[in-house]
Design a binder for this molecule. Structure first.
Ligand code: 0X9
Ligand code: ZN
Length: 425
């Protein structure tokens, strides 16, 4: 009955996602070096939107426009790259996901009385309101900072959590952000959940006592909103001042915009691609906000985590060339400790986390990423989390939001304690 209601809503929700009429998505499974090279050529040739990059033993997912589908499949067959359908009708799938999200959002009983519900994906306004509420309600431990406005004028907000108002400078600082890539919706709830566990429901008081925390749930509020209202697959910021084509093709990939071997690999000079690096390092106010937090507390920042999706991976530097940092052993052991803890609290249907150097695990190099920048300037432990995405999509069913938030928190807790042990001021 409930499913029927959802399907009915989906059937009438066709005004949205119009631009995806006729699009399909495919799993692709390259298995030789030349397959990977061919796929790279096809990516350009057929303007593929790569939702998940393939690796040696892991299929990728690509979105293909109607006019390119036959030729794309023919070329895959010609060189023997395996493929199978992911979503036969992308627009219908997006309508369906919208309806599911809406149905869950309206299910008041599933809120569990929490001030920010975890039964569905939240609007940017709801997340902002929650952050303000935390600052108002818990002024002794939580301070809301509004360092800047986003390109479109939204207030970027982060929460500083401390029992000493950051005055005890012997304490290590832990910094976690989410939502730099707009469509990676699941990257936000684990950050607000961390706020919840440090302020509203403190079951591990040692984590509150021992560390100062900075939690920035939505680095890219403009993009996040746009991915709700206009284009579900929006990844970048929404700036229009970077290039002569930027009004037609807005936005910069925030995770190519950091000043780390900027625009040298895995990036593009074209604003019409999803990996546009911007006109210069830190061209985006959103990445400058993260940069400034990193620098403000650099002398005591013990751990930096930046949340993404999807793939169930914990990735560490260096992500531009696959070489290992001097702290690779520490990065790996703490990474494995976090992944093991997540596994203990996970569900059987979730894939086990893979831990490793970003290039070795992802099978592609990319410069200008946040965790590399943080590590280069001196943060000893800096990671990208690729959170789980069942069926390889950005919309993890809302029924798993709370689960992912909880299990990720277990990983964060272990990471913080290990970082604290390693930290010497
Ligand atoms: O490509 C990215 O920016 C990240 N993956 S995502 O699918 N969320 O876009 C991975 C970044 C890994 N880190 C480095 N390359 N340094
Ligand atoms: Zn991402």
């Amino acid at each position: 009955m409930k499913l029927l209601a959802i399907l009915l809503v989906a059937a009438f929700a066709h005004a949205k996602h119009e631009e995806y009429i006729g699009w399909k998505s495919y799993f692709v499974g390259p298995s030789t070096k030349s397959h990977f090279e061919t796929l790279q050529v096809l990516e350009q040739k057929y303007e593929l939107d790569v939702l998940g990059r393939p690796a040696m033993e892991r299929e990728g997912v690509v979105l293909v426009k109607p006019e390119h589908q036959d030729d794309f499949i023919r070329e895959l067959d010609a060189v023997g790259i395996s493929h199978r359908i992911h979503f036969d009708d992308v627009k219908r799938q997006l309508d369906y996901e919208d309806a599911v999200i809406e149905a869950h959002r309206n299910n008041v009983t599933a809120r569990n009385g929490r001030s920010l519900p975890y039964n569905s994906y939240q609007t940017i306004e709801a997340i902002e309101n929650y952050i303000d509420y935390i600052g108002r309600t818990y002024p002794n431990v939580a301070t809301v900072v509004e360092p800047a406005k986003s390109f479109e004028g939204r207030t970027i907000k982060y929460v500083k959590i401390s029992t000493t108002n950051f005055q005890d400078t012997s304490k290590p600082v832990i910094f976690i952000d989410g939502g730099i890539h707009a469509r990676e919706w699941i990257s936000i709830p684990p950050v607000t959940w961390a706020i919840h566990k440090l302020v509203e429901d403190v079951t591990e008081p040692d984590l509150l006592e021992r560390f100062d925390w900075i939690l920035l749930p939505v680095v890219n509020p403009d993009g996040y909103r746009f991915s709700h209202t206009n284009n579900r697959f929006w990844r970048k910021t929404r700036s229009t001042d970077q290039h002569s084509l930027s009004t037609m093709c807005p936005g910069v990939d925030g995770n190519r915009n950091y000043d780390f071997f900027w625009n040298t690999v895995g990036t593009s000079n074209s604003p019409c691609t999803d990996i546009y690096a911007g006109s210069r390092p830190f061209s985006e106010i959103e990445t400058r906000v993260v940069r400034d937090v990193l620098h403000e507390y650099l002398d005591r920042m013990a751990l930096y985590l930046t949340m993404h999706s999807f793939g169930s991976m914990i990735l560490y530097p260096w992500g531009h060339d696959g070489s290992l940092s001097n702290n690779a052993f520490g990065l790996h052991t703490v990474g494995v400790a976090m992944a093991d803890e997540i596994f203990k609290h996970s569900l059987p249907q979730f894939p086990r986390y893979v831990v490793g150097n970003a290039v070795l695990v992802l099978n592609y190099a990319a410069s200008g990423a946040a965790e590399d920048y943080a590590h280069q300037i001196g943060v000893p432990l800096a990671y990208t989390y690729e959170l789980p995405g069942l069926n390889q999509g950005f919309t993890l069913s809302p029924i798993y939001i709370e689960q992912v938030s909880k299990e990720t928190w277990e990983g964060i807790a272990v990471g913080a304690r290990r970082a604290g042990d390693l930290f010497r001021k």
